[in-house]
Design a protein around this ligand. Structure first.
Ligand code: CO8
Length: 378
């Protein structure tokens, strides 16, 4: 489904908060391999008897070649590389303290507000949209709204990989409908608590980050780098090939609420094969819906899950290899940041475009879900 009107809403500011802690592939693999050796030693007899499978060893070279990832950021590094723990150690905060996720959301939000030249008084709505929220209620968005002193309303939404683009769709619609003058959409992607650091095939994929975007009415925009939203397009198709069964019903299921299937897991090959053609068709149709040729698009701010996915998608769209300027990659530094990847790319690589230049922001992944925006520099 696509929607478009005469431009009424603009992206007028973005903010990026990057954690201070980095974990390189080498560090991650050293800790995983140490854990795997220990597991295999402890279960040597069962493995020899064919009752258990040995844990395979990982390699930093494989990770970079298969994914394009060289490092990832971690909100809290403590615990992740500890072979006795293999998960971050994040101290629980009391109810009267700002929650971890609200804190990183506020960090990104303040930067986006500065970028757009907006104060709390200008904003009517806050959306926190990401792959997981730290708790069910009260909404993280309402906590952020309170911390920033914003009146109006806030709500959380979850759409895994497409959480950020789908939130921008909602922001665009609210501004276009006149139910909000200015919307703050934030993506505090705190992925590290959900990563299975004992799974060689997925332990390297994710990093933590927070992005924020201001969407406002065209007539209130004072930003020096703003983009008309020409239209939005979304599609979803059910698939269990990227899945986490973490949820509040586990308590009633009498199962381990932190069992392996309650963490991120995927059939990466299937995801790759099924999502790439969907994303290519989706973007080609969205661009054409607005009367543009592929060659008219100056920049593709694509979801950042895997470099080979991005090279395949941009290559098929353009009919040739895309340059870094055409489809920037941030995976090497940030890894897969759930929904935030396309917005990190937008945030870092948009100021050089000229007025009239057209670009596409697009997410693709778990759900499956695909969300895009066709934008034009003002
Ligand atoms: N180290 C060394 N060797 C390895 C490793 C490793 N870590 N992993 C696999 N190998 C080996 C395998 O054993 C295999 O060996 P052999 O050929 O001898 O059998 C070989 O390398 C190839 O293995 P794979 O077939 O598994 O490797 P691929 O080339 O398919 O690459 C990827 C694996 C990188 C996972 C790739 O399939 C991929 O990226 N797919 C797409 C993934 C994707 O887009 N997923 C969507 C993610 S969902 C999302 O973005 C948001 C979800 C919500 C957020 C969650 C936050 C926690």
């Amino acid at each position: 489904m696509s929607s478009s009107t005469i431009p009424t809403a603009v992206i007028s500011g973005t903010g990026l908060w990057t954690p201070e802690h980095i974990i390189t592939n080498e560090e991650l693999v050293a800790s995983y391999n140490q854990w795997a050796h220990r597991y295999n030693d402890q279960h040597a007899r069962a493995i020899a008897a064919g009752e258990r499978e040995a844990k395979p060893l990982g390699s930093a070279e494989f990770i970079e070649k298969a994914s394009g990832i060289k490092q990832r950021y971690a909100y809290i590094k403590d615990g992740i590389l500890d072979v006795d723990r293999m998960r971050p150690a994040i101290p629980e905060r009391p109810d009267d303290a700002l929650s971890d996720q609200a804190e990183i959301a506020v960090n990104a939000a303040r930067r986006a507000m500065d970028d757009a030249g907006k104060t709390a008084a200008d904003i009517d709505a806050v959306i926190v949209s990401c792959a997981y929220t730290q708790r069910s209620y009260p909404a993280i968005a309402i906590e952020v709204q309170h911390e920033l002193g914003i009146e109006g309303f806030g709500f959380d939404m979850l759409v895994a990989c497409s959480a950020a683009t789908f939130a921008l769709h909602r922001a665009y619609e609210m501004v276009a409908a006149g139910t909000a003058r200015c919307v703050l959409a934030i993506n505090p992607e705190l992925t590290s608590p959900q990563v299975n650091y004992c799974d060689r095939d997925s332990h390297f994929i994710f990093g933590d980050v927070a992005t924020a975007t201001i969407v406002e009415r065209t007539d209130t925009c004072t930003s020096s780098h703003s983009y008309d939203i020409l239209g939005t397009s979304a599609q979803t198709q059910f698939s269990s090939h990227v899945r986490s069964n973490f949820g509040y019903v586990s308590r009633a299921n009498d199962v381990d609420p932190f069992g392996i299937d309650k963490l991120f897991h995927q059939n990466g090959r299937r995801v790759f094969k099924e999502v790439c053609p969907m994303a290519i068709r989706h973007m080609a149709a969205h661009v054409s819906h607005h009367g543009f040729e592929i060659a008219d698009v100056k920049r593709w701010w694509l979801h950042q899950a895997n470099i080979n996915m991005n090279l395949l998608i941009s290559g098929k769209l353009l009919g040739r290899e895309a340059s870094f300027e055409e489809a920037p990659i941030v995976l090497d530094r940030y890894a897969n940041t759930a929904s935030a990847g396309s917005l990190i790319a937008f945030h870092l690589y948009h100021q050089d475009l000229e007025p009239g230049d057209v670009g596409v922001i697009c997410s693709f992944g778990a759900g499956y879900s695909i969300g895009s925006l066709v934008v034009r520099k003002r």
